[in-house]
Design a protein around this ligand. Sequence first.
Ligand code: ZN
Length: 319
Amino acid sequence: VIGRAVTGNVLAVDVGGTKLAVGLVSPDGEIVTSATVPTSPTGLGRDEELWTTLVRLIDEVCSAEQPAAVGIGCGGPMRWPEGEVSPVNLLAWQSFPLRARIQQRFDRIPVRLINDGIAMAIGEHWRGAGAGSGAFLGIVVSTGVGGGLLLDGKVVTGRSGHAGHIGHLVVDPQGPLCGCGGRGCLEAIARGPALVQWAIDNGWNAPPAADGKALLAAAECGDPVAAAAFERAGAALGVAIASAVHLVELDTVAVGGGLAGAGEHLLGPARRAFIEHARMRFAADCVIVPAALGADAGLIGAAALVARGDRYWTTQGAD
Ligand SMILES: [Zn+2]
């Protein structure tokens, strides 16, 4: 237990399926220095190679300064709070003891790990679009759809560290299959690759290796299928947000992640669907805003796990 806030810079680590980011973050949440590399290798059985990639990055960032503590955000699922991770978008690590490995390298300082969606939400609550919110949901719309929840200003982790998984709220029971094995989850409709595939299936004349960026460019040029893909994903997002708001009376929802770069192409339909489905005053008052920290939210949130003492950390209720 840390209890009080630490005084020195902390090491923040953000592990995702496409990139690894590492940074030193000041006690007030400024990124002092950071470095990013593509996540590689990612394949099954390459666990030690991927670990070596991460260690190189950590050594680079910590070459001039030893951190006061370490905070880590990583894709789930995971064993939490132990920090043994099996990220669904990173086959190289299956039950990989990430927290323990990093603890071995940084003897005698606190090392904490949390789901990356929760880390993003904490970052936005500490320094971004959720500042001051009493009931906040941060959503990441990217290769997947993740999120994290703070109620009464406190992080909601759930008993196994997986609370806030808004990507698997069901928005269409007859909808497409989801990577989780279910059907009609928000993620199955609104994740970047799903938008691109839907657009292609509906006649979008896609460039080679088209991604969300290419789809956005097409939508901005007035391509009706590309625009409809964002409309459909945004509407699903708005339905999911409306459901979440009714359940826990959110006051603020911030939407970030790569696809949030689409701005009003995504948020416009999300707000319209939200208004359609959030009819009671207490729900309708919730505001949906763009996330403020961009790609830094994960690092800043990971840092907050240790830089802010126990402000953004609890293991109460954990298995
Ligand atoms: Zn799902």
